[in-house]
Design a protein around this ligand. Structure first.
Ligand code: SF4
Length: 71
């Protein structure tokens, strides 16, 4: 599945990286990114194993500004 983060709207709350650390990472002072393992050409997009769908869906639900999407 493809996972996208609208980084420009990220409020850096940390919910996604605490909920699903295999896929999302927060570095100090920066918006959420896809972890290196799954990152595509840019760090706001990635191709993630389907086995992690529950993890990613939990992160989608945990985001207070609803900027994580799955395609
Ligand atoms: S949960 Fe949403 S707002 Fe919070 S750090 Fe992750 S992407 Fe940003």
């Amino acid at each position: 599945m493809k996972v996208l983060i609208k980084q420009e709207e990220c409020i850096i709350c940390g919910n996604c990286s605490s909920t699903c650390p295999d896929v999302f990472i927060l570095e100090p002072g920066e918006s959420s990114k896809i972890t290196k393992k799954y990152r595509g050409k840019i760090d706001s997009e990635g191709e993630v194993d389907n086995g992690l769908i529950d993890c990613v869906k939990s992160a989608v639900d945990s985001c207070p500004v609803s900027i994580i999407s799955i395609e």
